[in-house]
Design a binder for this molecule. Structure first.
Ligand code: PBG
Length: 339
């Protein structure tokens, strides 16, 4: 009888005498998965979606291939489909027609407005999905700013009063979390107080705490037709150069009653996500914003990068930095990939 001894890894003639060989833990896919430190899961993804007035229409956002604005009738089956893929939360943003925009964003708190109607319809169609609504004036502002404009400046406290009304209407419609993205001072506390006074004690606040004045928002402003009509957002959104200030903003939002704090954008701010994760025991969210999405889509469409691998690597980096939750336009695609 002949016995053939097969050895996949024959010992080297002269083994180096090293105690630690990190490559042992990378030898096979099995070992790698055993020791993997970060798991990307569809459980942690929030899918931002765009809704518009009208019927039976979808419009692809030119700078965000694969992302659409939906009329409500077509949004509902799409929400059901993404829920079916395991996405448990969506963040809703409206495209508001110009004739409904004004400086005070009054359309933002009309009880029968597009967002409250959409939230109600979604909760009827897909009752278990969590709907997160955006609290800010920019989609409703004739000036394209997140607050009321007077003499070229953005009024803080007057804006907060409108944001409170907007949050109350969204809570009444069925939002699980309201998400102030405006960066006005004191808005989290004012919204928490008003929600509690109205009995919405279980409606949470996902605070855009460290939101930077970023050029990565460009495609989103195309999607909503919400670009500022003058100037920029630097008097309320944060300076890209600042990190300690992000901690200050997070501390204020926590003190004012935020349930989840967020860093936005994600990729140019991974250090901020990391620091905030070390700093607080609250869940930390990160927004993988429109420009980050567009760059990957653009390079992939040229065949310059492997789209799927780059998406997974990118989202994993955001989790590894410390994000518990990720808002990402890739949520549906990733849910399909991870199935
Ligand atoms: C505005 C808002 C913005 C985004 C979400 N809410 C843009 C802005 O501040 O101008 C950007 C999201 C993205 O780029 O994906 N309140």
């Amino acid at each position: 009888m002949i016995i053939v001894l097969l050895s996949v890894n024959p010992p080297a003639e002269k083994a180096l005498s090293v105690l630690h060989r990190p490559r042992r833990l990378r030898r096979t896919a099995g070992v790698r998965s055993l020791v993997r430190e970060t798991q990307l899961s569809v459980d942690d993804l929030i899918y931002p979606m765009f809704v518009m007035e009208g019927e039976n229409e979808t419009v692809e956002v030119p700078s965000m291939p694969g992302c659409y604005r939906y009329t409500l009738d077509l949004l509902l089956p799409e929400v059901a489909a993404v829920y079916g893929l395991g996405v448990k939360a969506i963040a809703l943003f409206p495209l508001i027609p110009d004739h409904q925009k004004d400086n005070a964003g009054t359309e933002s708190y009309r009880p029968n407005g597009l967002i409250p109607r959409a939230v109600q319809a979604i909760k009827q169609t897909v009752p278990d999905i969590l709907v997160i609504t955006n609290v800010a004036l920019d989609p409703y502002s004739s000036q394209g700013h997140d607050g009321i404009v007077q003499d070229g400046t953005i009024l803080n406290d007057e804006t907060v009063a409108v944001l409170v009304k907007q949050a109350l209407v969204q809570a009444a419609a069925g939002a699980a979390f309201v998400a102030p993205s405006d960066m006005m001072d004191g808005r989290v506390g004012a919204i928490r107080k008003a929600l509690d006074a109205a009995g919405w004690i279980n409606v949470g606040i996902l605070a855009y705490s460290a939101k930077y004045a970023s050029a990565y928002y460009g495609p989103f402003r195309d999607a909503l037709d919400s670009a500022p009509k003058f100037g920029d957002k630097k008097t309320y959104q944060m300076d890209a150069a600042n990190a300690r200030e992000a901690i200050k903003e997070v501390d204020l939002d926590i003190a004012e009653g935020a349930d989840i704090v967020m860093v936005k954008p994600a990729l140019a701010y991974l250090d901020i996500i990391y620091q905030i994760k070390q700093h607080t025991n609250l869940p930390v969210a990160a927004y993988n914003v429109s420009g980050e999405y567009a760059m990957i889509k653009a390079a992939a469409s040229q065949g310059w990068i492997d789209e799927k691998k780059v998406i997974l690597e990118t989202l994993t980096s955001i989790k590894r930095a410390g994000a518990d939750l990720i808002l990402t336009y890739f949520a549906k695609q990733v849910a399909l990939m991870l199935q």
